[in-house]
Design a protein. Structure first.
Lengths: 159, 87
């Protein structure tokens, strides 16, 4: 049973891993990805743009949760997962803050690592979130989708 | 009387259109997502800006991603938004 949460509050990675593994003796590997806010702007004229100070995540309430449930179900169909956690924050986050947490547990490392990569690749391309960057000069810019993200998501279609 | 459509806008589409949500009685000319895009593009300058480049607009019908040829029915929840950038 996966834990899925879309929330404004920060998350505690250690506590989430502890909760996922509590009482389990069958887990042999845990993959974990944490996405954080960086000061470097997105792909559009990154070099010429001033540093980012904050990120605002907008989402589509209702559809977001359904989309994440579907992505997790796809991961569970591909790998023998023993536990899975996806937490995605929304609202405004400052540089250095957490955005997203993905944890996948399995009996062996390869499934845990692959499922973790799959989950974040598909989250970036198949869940209705939109990032808006705020730079030091107060300007806000909607982040444009990257072809590289689509390619990263597409590589799993052959798995 | 059939139920109106609920239309939602997100991210920069919401800013350009100037609203996050509206209701619309299903126009007789609209049978698919592509028909609705054509209809909405004529509603004003903000709409025209949003819908002129259809490659940058994505759609969901009843909270499922939908192609331009997806059918639309009275009472549907239709959302328009840019390509997603979460994660």
């Amino acid at each position: 049973m996966a834990r899925i949460s879309v929330q404004t509050e920060d998350f505690d990675t250690g506590a989430e891993i502890a909760a996922l593994t509590a009482g389990r003796t069958d887990i042999g590997g845990i993959g974990c990805f944490i996405g954080t806010v960086r000061d470097q702007p997105g792909p559009k004229d990154a070099a010429a743009s001033p540093p980012v100070v904050a990120l605002t995540l907008e989402h589509y309430p209702g559809m977001t949760e359904r989309a994440i449930e579907r992505i997790v179900a796809s991961a569970e169909a591909r790998w023998p997962l023993l536990g899975c956690t996806v937490i995605h924050r929304v609202g405004t986050m400052r540089v250095g803050e957490n955005i997203v947490l993905v944890i996948a547990a399995s009996s062996h490392r390869q499934a845990a690592l692959d499922a973790t990569a799959f989950l974040i690749d598909w989250l970036k391309t198949k869940a209705p979130f939109w990032k808006r960057e705020e730079s030091v000069d107060g300007q806000g810019t909607w982040v444009e989708a990257r072809e590289a993200d689509d390619e990263a998501a597409a590589r799993w279609h052959s798995v | 009387m059939s139920k109106p459509l609920t239309i939602l806008y997100f991210a920069w589409l919401r800013e350009r259109v100037g609203r996050s949500q509206e209701e619309l009685d299903l126009p007789p000319s609209v049978r698919t997502v592509a028909d609705l895009v054509t209809y909405l593009a004529d509603r004003g300058p903000g709409y025209a800006t949003v819908f002129q480049n259809r490659r940058t607009v994505r759609c969901a019908v009843n909270q499922e991603f939908a192609d331009p040829d997806a059918p639309i029915h009275p009472g549907d929840e239709i959302a328009f938004f840019p390509p997603v950038t979460g994660g």
